[in-house]
Ligand binder design. Structure first.
Ligand code: PMP
Length: 369
């Protein structure tokens, strides 16, 4: 969709990246570290400063005690953390339960490990996780569940009830849970972000993945981090050693400073994104689109039936080519050929400057009349 957007000069609300860089202090910290050096391999697990900061933020935001030396790992973005976790935990013939729709990097790596992806489907329009759906994907070969909250592409934040469903099933079937929490600091309307790892019986079964790309609006830096029990982190670290090996030390030091920032950074970040959410929701509604509730992330989804369309892929192409606004069909977040894939929703990314969102809304208004 990004290529199509470029070709047609469309405002790109497809791919999820902010159009403004994160805090200047972080860039200055990275520059200082680059100039001062050393510019050599960092430790495989990550620089101590960042690993200590990861442990501290687990305690500060969620009350979770993490030992920085044995229970943290720095990776090349959350995408590498996910890949290293799947390669560490899965053997040929194992099965991983993915909750569909989901971020598109999961299945290819599960399959690269020789494992099979089985899907538990969220059902629109509320996209709630049902116990029966999760259980239907579990077999004696299941080794892990990959979960994501706040959730891309739906913008949902899992409730305590849904988290408990995952915890119950994981405990009953003795499973590891890979927790993709890259949008942990983008939960709106004063809802809390609740890491699954904090629930009873889950501390030893979860690896919790965060992303500096999301938390500090530096998606190009490729710094992600994993927290979890030593028994699991060791495996992820061994996989990481042969994928990325290490990550740039300057960026790690800068992210360590970012995680140490006072609460007001995190408060301003989420408040600013909530304002963008309100702006796009209002704009989309203004052109007659039905917008689904957006509780977190930087994505808003619409039901395309509200504008008389029924094929999300065709709709997003039409929108990009004719209205000059790119969005992503939610069906792209399912495995190809999934008969249960939802095909009537489109995702708009709103982590853009207000004037960019306004221009996109003006174009939609002109097109839909
Ligand atoms: N998980 C989810 C749910 C995402 O949306 C993304 C980014 N689109 C990632 C992981 C990857 O994050 P990173 O850029 O840190 O690799």
């Amino acid at each position: 969709m990004s290529a199509l957007a470029r070709q047609h000069g469309a405002v790109n609300l497809g791919q999820g990246f902010p159009d403004e860089d994160g805090p200047a202090e972080l860039i200055e910290a990275a520059v200082r570290a680059l100039t001062k050096g050393p510019n050599q391999y960092a430790p495989v697990q990550g620089v101590p400063e960042l690993r200590q900061a990861i442990a501290r933020t687990n305690k500060r935001f969620y009350g979770i005690d993490i030992d920085w030396e044995s229970e943290t790992l720095v990776t090349a973005g959350a995408t590498e953390a996910l890949a290293a976790a799947f390669l560490a935990f899965l053997r040929p013939g194992d099965e991983a339960v993915l909750i569909a729709p989901c971020y598109d990097s999961y299945a290819p790596i599960v399959e690269s490990a020789g494992a099979v992806a089985r899907y538990a489907h969220l059902t629109p329009p509320d996209w709630r996780l049902q116990r029966a759906a999760l259980l239907s994907a579990i077999t004696p070969r299941t080794r892990l569940i990959a979960m994501n909250t706040p959730h891309n592409p739906t913008g949902r934040v899992l409730t305590m009830d849904e988290l408990k469903i995952i915890a119950d099933v994981a405990i009953e079937h003795d499973l590891i849970v890979v927790c993709d929490e890259v949008y942990e600091h983008l939960v709106f309307d004063k809802r809390p972000h609740i890491p699954l790892m904090g629930l009873a019986g889950m501390r030893e079964r979860c690896v919790r993945i965060g992303s500096a790309g999301k938390t500090f609006s530096m998606t190009g830096w490729r710094i992600g981090y994993v927290s979890g029990p030593e028994s699991l982190i060791t495996g992820v670290m061994k996989a990481h050693q042969f994928i990325a090996y290490t990550c740039p030390p300057h960026l790690q030091l800068a992210v360590a400073e970012g995680l140490a920032m006072a609460d007001d950074y995190f408060e301003r970040f989420v408040a600013g994104m909530a304002r963008k959410r309100d702006r796009i929701v209002e704009g989309l509604k203004g052109v007659g689109m039905e917008v689904l509730p957006c509780e977190g992330t930087y994505f808003a989804t619409i039901d395309i039936h509200s504008v008389g369309r029924d094929d999300d892929d065709a709709f997003c192409r039409e929108l990009t080519q004719k209205a000059g606004v790119a969005a992503i069909p939610v069906s792209a977040f399912y495995s190809s050929g999934d008969k249960m894939a939802a095909r009537r929703y489109a995702r708009f990314c709103f982590c853009k400057k207000p004037e960019v969102l306004d221009e996109a809304m003006a174009r939609l208004k002109a097109y839909f009349g």
